[in-house]
Design a protein around this ligand. Sequence first.
Ligand SMILES: Nc1ncnc2c1ncn2[C@@H]1O[C@H](COP(=O)(O)OP(=O)(O)OP(=O)(O)O)[C@@H](O)[C@H]1O
Ligand SMILES: [Mg+2]
Length: 489
Amino acid sequence: MTTMRPISAPPVALTGLLLLSISSLASASAAVLGIDFGQEFIKAALVKPGIPLEIVLTKDTKRKEAAAVGFKPAGNGKEGEFAYPERLYGADAVNLAARFPHDVYPGLKKVMGQHVEDDSVAAYSTRNPAVSVVPNVLRSTVAFQSSSAPPAGYGKGSFTVEELLAMQFKSIVHNAEALAGANTRIRDVVFTVPAFLKAEERSSLKLAAEIAGLKVMSFVSDGLAVGINYATTRTFNESSPEYHIVYDMGAGSTTATVLRFQGRGIKDVGRFNKTIQEVTVLGVGYDTELGGDLFNQKIFEILLDDFVNNPKAKGLLEEDPNLKNTIRTNGRAASKLWKEATRVRQILSANTDTIASIESLYKDIDFRSSKITRAVFEELLAQYEARITKPIIDAISNANVALSEVNTLIVHGGAVRTPFVGKKIEDIMGGAEKISKQVNPDESAVLGATFKGAAESRAFKVKEIRTQDIGTFGVSIKYKKDAEAKKGM
Ligand SMILES: Nc1ncnc2c1ncn2[C@@H]1O[C@H](COP(=O)(O)OP(=O)(O)OP(=O)(O)O)[C@@H](O)[C@H]1O
Ligand SMILES: [Mg+2]
């Protein structure tokens, strides 16, 4: 069992970036894991005595892991016997999709806690045409039929979304335990979550963590987590608070969070006064679908058009007038196109044009696109202009703070690197000087969440930062159609 002992020894003051001091009495097992579980990437950080807040590296020493798990058939099973497949994670799983698209599961964040008939599940199936969604036998939430799942007869089983998430978390724990060193068993975890995540989605995430043998200490909203990380190296004034907006655009969603940072003098034990830092969420605004994935779709369609209009595909088009749709729903071709679309889009953030190239895209035809320019891509993005800034406008209005009072907008998330997005947020904030790039856009949220976990665990002595989140999430209640029909009778 993990010890959560209050410290009794005087804290050791640490200076420097982390401002995290660790009790000499803390048990060696008092490790806390922070996980930023994103639509496309999982970032993790660890704190334990002797390790003052560090990013958990993947087995390939990367600082983030693609949020995917996949199975490679064992190939050596005897007739009629179940053979355990090889299980792959992260980039290895994503790469497997070109060969085994029916058994690779990326981006599960969008379907956790959802019912099979929900729109987000239909969108998931469109995006991953080869996977087979089935209802979880107990709850009609999402499961996937998989020949790699043993229980219900050989090759006829299914994995629930929570089981697939648990496998990914388990792999993260494995990496974290490698960092923590011998005899450290990691149990306590803090997750960052979007502020809009509903109760059933949180439950699904919690269940997945439990299956992985973890205990969820708390959920912290993405924006607040970034705010905590921002506050770890700063002190704020009591009489004139600072207001900052955290703008996080990831792969699957965008959230703007208005935060107030303030120092506050309080009475400490005895006759002493001390100053603590406060980070308060005043308002949020969000778009649950706007992010890198939506932009990828634009490039995906450009590539698809280009391929079907390519002279090499002429014969195919004559055979199949619906060729575009056939490719969209072909697991292998679709996964290759998505992967290249993501790559092309990221290149267009740094370059004004590029060329896509895919080996054996469909029916053994290699594809080399014509030139794709940033200008054309941005024409397609123009339709999202209002959606890019709306979370900021909503957050400001919910927080009841004027935009002129906001000191800076702190950017977080991979998709803020899209120049078009950068320009729009600069425009609404009134210039580049209002955009703060003071935090690491990939790691700030996970570092803030892990810091919070260290503070909550009481095995560590950390800089005192009081936080106040707001719960914007609701619960959705669904009635089965036949139950409704009966009610109406
Ligand atoms: N240089 C770049 N230019 C444009 N987009 C980029 C760049 N680098 C990464 N991205 C995009 O950022 C997204 C991933 O960002 P991030 O890791 O913040 O998302 P996430 O946390 O997985 O998703 P979410 O927060 O929505 O759950 C992807 O869509 C990726 O294509
Ligand atoms: Mg994210």
